[in-house]
Design a protein. Structure first.
Length: 91
């Protein structure tokens, strides 16, 4: 499933660690946004990472599941790719 992960992390070390972690799952489409084509197991890993490594009183992570019908309606203004345009899978 296509999943959008956005984050606002207050401390630079946690921010960089989150960015490095999410690179395993998807494409960084903006500074604090990743588009991922993941299954439920990967989603659970992301949620566990957030729970175990972030300061939930100061940091924020939002995870949006995007249905197949909706991903085809995504409009990009300017440069960029949608994760569905990649011809390879990140493993």
């Amino acid at each position: 499933m296509i999943t959008l992960v956005t984050y606002d992390i207050t401390e630079p070390k946690r921010l960089n660690n989150m960015r490095k972690f999410l690179k395993e799952f998807g494409l960084r489409t903006q500074k604090s946004v990743f588009e991922c084509d993941i299954d439920d197991i990967a989603l659970k890993r992301i949620r566990a990472y957030c729970r175990d490594n972030l300061d939930m009183t100061r940091d924020s992570v939002r995870i949006y599941k995007i249905c197949t019908r909706c991903i085809n309606k995504v409009v990009i203004s300017g440069t960029g790719l949608k994760v569905t345009q990649m011809d390879y899978m990140i493993v």
